[in-house]
Design a protein around this ligand. Structure first.
Ligand code: GLU
Length: 908
């Protein structure tokens, strides 16, 4: 009992009774608001602690509560407090900026130190300096700079800034200088209570996933709750909360996977902060008996009050030791002024304090010049310090998390996430899988197969995550609508956070890159031309007639008949063509002309066929006439020969294009691209004149030459009549088509070089991991293997491996082209045979009449002779008739008939 009494007395003596025992006692006045409990607690706790451990002086406190928005009431209260007390060593507070000026001006007038810790007002620091006011709150310029540098370190390209009031705008001034507000990259919006959804919805609609919120921490939970209702706390939404107290919120109740970053000025890892939190129990926040006191509950204003109180009391004590501090009663209306206040205030401003819970306190130009902002991330409800910014090194943010730790966190994130992969149907990247059993309905990932799926599956196995394929709306790749300022297709899915990844034959373009990030390319390609191979020409056995127009053929026929007649008459006129029939008679009585119609026509025909004739005209005029015919035939036959080869070659090859230039130069073959794809963008935005010309042609073409997907383009190339449509397509897809459809071919080389990549949100933490996987897959040949599988093996690949490309050099004349020549020969010979038969039977008839034998007998004899092919001599029945003695002649002679000049065979 007595021991207990002694110890209680000792404690009392050490604390309350000091000044009774002639320890110097000073009074500190403090002004608080009804709702500033934590600050008041920190103040009281600091004073109590000082009094406990200091036995030279003792501080007594006088506290007044004043309203926040009533400066007059504050003035009254402070003056009354001054009146009622013997004198103050200093005045503390008030915490609110709105009435701080009142206390500040009283303190300045009566020359009394005034310790403040409220955040800098919008006018501060320019309009600031008061000799007696010591504000331990960090300098506004430093705060602006620190916030801006932190935002910069987050590397956000586009973000929305949601602010509370004018002070927020001032606080974010440096952030706004980072990028011009109003441009597409930054959206600035005021958040109006109580329904924040209106603004949040717009932010979501515009696709902003990086959001800076400058708002009082009291309202932050409500704002985030509403964001959650709108699905804006989903993965890859990133928030930066500028409130210095945001870290004290209970993020566990949000149960969100969004990434939240904030800043604090209290080092939550420091022992000092822990000591403060534990000793002062932080008012009503933490039960006094709690053993686990989270430093994360320490708000910045109580911390600043704690630091301010300690700062003042220690400085006062130090001065007191050398120079006894005298405090006198001062009133608002009195003439009295503080005696040592000026020295004390100045001493505090030159005395740096290293050990406080808000970092080192140092003053420059009457303002706190030191500031260290701790950057903390809230991950799965817990705070992790990731970096810090210090006013001592204002241009950089120092990362405290090692790369290894960072990677471990990312790996953990990847592992615990089911990746949503957005894609589109398009061969061979993603296709519906045919079930083995027709009745089976495939669901989820099992419903698809293809190159994209194999890639994602492989990456998922390497990184140990699960994934789910979803199809994008309208099967679009992703193009930007400049008027609506919106994206569609896969890019929209990424921007709307509907998918973690997007994969298909999605080309990496600069425009898309400004909205999303891409992995390293998993395939390289370029734009080329898809066209059909020359089609087998239509059957036309009389194609040999085509080189000359039908009119020309008719003219030749007419000329043949006319020239025959002309020659007939010319030779009759020309004396040179009247010849001596008997060479043994130098003066014959008669002259003979062999140029009857038959011989004339034979001569013209022989020369037409370039065969000549065994008889030729001898007269000058007739020779002149026949020369003109030969001249005509020379020209016609050489034109025919030249035309025939050109005609047969071109008709087999069809219309020819070799490259984009030749396509651009002509108007006959139409060409188009996929609507809304990167190929279309390539032509639209090209500075190269050929491509500009091609774009002009394509955009003006009617009907439209644009198609909705590659399959439609391929179909159009194949079905457009006379090969009059070419499709500008990416070389990888052309390769896929030409592997299967041997009618198709690629024309010319690549117009550009680019790659397909996996799209993902900007700054996605898993980008590095996915890139490593792609590199690895490239190096170990996995990507090549997948390509081989989907291009050359699956679904009919490799069908056109040995299909030689037709070229003009190996064009041959097919029977189809010149079969007509054989037909003509056949009919000609057939007619000749018929004529031969006719002549045969006429001969039989003549003999049977002449020799008075039956037709049958003569026919049999003549036919027998016809079959005796070894016999080359025949009896001349006319001679045997006129010279009966010669009937037994075995030899025959050939004579020229005067009447017809023809040769007659002699019978044996
Ligand atoms: N790969 C293209 C894109 O990503 C689509 C096909 C094309 O435009 O030819 O937009």
């Amino acid at each position: 009992m007595s021991l207990k009494f002694i110890s209680v007395f000792l404690v009392w003596w050490l604390t309350k009774a000091e000044y009774v025992l002639a320890i110097d006692t000073y009074t500190i006045g403090a002004v608080f608001h009804e709702d500033s409990n934590e600050i008041e607690t920190a103040f009281k706790c600091a004073v109590k602690r000082f009094n406990t451990f200091n036995n030279a002086i003792f501080f007594k406190t006088v506290i007044r509560h004043v309203p926040k928005e009533n400066p007059f009431a504050v003035y009254e209260a402070v003056c009354k407090m001054l009146d009622e007390n013997k004198g103050f060593a200093a005045l503390f507070g008030p915490p609110s900026t709105s009435v701080a000026d009142v206390v500040d001006s009283i303190a300045s007038k009566i020359e009394l130190p005034n310790m403040q810790m409220q955040s800098p007002s919008s006018l501060w620091p320019e309009d600031s300096s008061n000799l007696y006011t010591i504000n331990v709150h960090p300098n506004l310029r430093n705060l602006q700079k620190g916030i801006a540098k932190t935002v910069e370190s987050l590397q956000w390209k586009t973000y929305a800034i949601l602010y509370q009031d004018r002070d927020s705008i001032i606080r974010l001034q440096e952030v706004m200088k980072l990028s011009s507000i109003g441009k597409e990259s930054v959206l600035l919006k005021k958040l109006e209570p109580p329904d924040y959804r209106l603004v949040l919805k717009e932010v979501k609609r515009l696709g902003y996933a990086h959001i800076i919120i400058d708002y009082d921490s009291t309202y932050l939970m409500e704002i985030l709750q509403q964001a959650k209702e709108l699905g804006m706390l989903e993965y890859l939404y990133n928030y930066f909360l500028t409130s210095l107290d945001a870290h004290t919120l209970d993020f566990n109740q949000l149960d969100c996977i969004a990434n939240i970053t904030t800043i604090t000025i209290t080092d939550t890892n420091s022992k000092l902060t822990y000591g403060f939190a534990k000793e002062c129990s932080l008012g009503r926040i933490i039960p006094t008996n709690s053993t686990d006191i989270p430093t994360t509950l320490v708000k910045h204003e109580p911390s600043l009050m704690w630091d301010a109180a300690n700062f003042f009391m220690n400085a006062f004590h130090e001065l007191h030791l050398t120079n006894h501090q005298v405090v006198r009663k001062l009133t608002c209306d009195g003439e009295e002024r503080g005696i040592h206040s000026f020295g004390l205030a100045n001493y505090m401003k030159i005395r740096p304090i290293p050990n406080t819970i808000t970092g080192k306190i140092n003053f420059e130009n009457d303002h706190r010049s030191t500031l260290t902002l701790q950057v903390v991330e809230i991950m799965q409800g817990r705070l992790r310090k990731t970096a810090y910014w210090s006013a001592a090194d204002p241009e950089s943010v120092t990362v405290v998390r090692t790369e290894k730790e960072q990677q471990e966190l990312i790996d953990l994130y990847i592992k615990n996430t089911t990746f949503v992969v957005s894609s589109r149907i398009g061969q061979p990247y993603l296709m519906y899988k045919k079930p083995e059993d027709p009745d089976e309905v495939l669901e989820g990932n099992d419903a698809f197969e293809g190159f994209s799926m194999d890639i994602i599956d492989h990456i998922a196995k390497m990184l140990n995550f699960s994934y789910k394929f979803v199809l994008t709306k309208n099967n679009k790749y992703g193009s930007f609508d400049k008027e609506k300022k919106t994206w569609d297709g896969l890019i929209k899915d990424i921007l709307d956070r509907k998918a973690h990844l997007a994969i298909c034959d999605l080309t990496i373009t600069q425009e898309r890159r400004s909205a999303v990030d891409f992995s390293l390319p998993f395939m390289t390609l370029g734009i080329s031309i898809l066209y059909t191979k020359p089609k087998p020409q239509e059957r036309d056995i009389f194609a040999f007639m085509n080189p000359l127009d039908i009119v020309v053929w008719m003219y030749i026929l007419a000329a043949y008949v006319s020239i025959t007649l002309v020659m007939f008459f010319l030779t009759r006129l020309a004396p040179g063509d009247w010849e001596n029939p008997n060479p043994n008679d130098p003066n014959p009585e008669e002259l003979e002309n062999i140029w009857d119609l038959k011989n004339a026509s034979w001569l013209i025909l022989g020369s037409t066929m370039s065969q000549g004739c065994d008889i030729l005209p001898k007269g000058i005029s007739s020779r002149m006439g026949i020369s003109m015919w030969w001249f005509l035939i020379l020209i016609i036959s050489s034109s025919y020969t030249a035309n025939l080869s050109a005609f047969l070659t071109t008709s087999r090859m069809g219309p020819t294009i070799d490259n984009a230039e030749s396509l651009a130069k002509q108007n006959k073959i139409k060409y188009g691209v996929l609507n809304g794809g990167s190929t279309m963008a390539f032509f639209k935005n090209s500075n190269f004149s050929t491509y500009q010309r091609m774009w002009a042609q394509m955009s003006q073409a009617k009907p439209s030459v644009f198609v909705n997907d590659n399959a439609e383009g391929v179909k159009r190339v194949k079905t457009t009549k006379n090969q009059l449509y070419a499709f500008l397509m990416e070389s990888s897809s052309i390769e896929y088509e030409t592997e299967r459809d041997c009618e198709l071919k690629q024309v010319g080389g690549r117009l550009d070089n680019k790659g397909y990549g996996i799209a993902m949100p900007v700054n996605a933490p898993f980008r590095g991991s996915i890139n490593s996987c792609i590199l690895k897959m490239q190096e170990d040949g996995t990507l090549r293997g997948f390509k081989e599988k989907w291009w050359k093996q699956m679904h009919g690949g490799g069908a056109c491996k040995n299909e030689p490309e037709a070229s003009s050099s190996d064009m041959k004349l097919a029977l189809d082209n010149i079969g007509g020549v054989f037909v003509v020969v056949f009919f000609g010979v057939a007619i000749a045979c018929i004529l031969a038969l006719a002549e045969f039977f006429w001969n039989v008839h003549t003999i049977s009449v002449e020799e008075r034998k039956s037709h049958k007998e003569v026919t049999m004899n003549e036919f027998k002779f016809f079959l005796s092919v070894w016999k080359t001599k025949k009896r001349n029945y006319k001679a045997s008739k006129s010279h009966g003695s010669l009937s037994n002649m075995t030899d025959s002679i050939t004579i020229k008939s005067k009447s017809n000049g023809s040769l007659q065979p002699k019978e044996d």
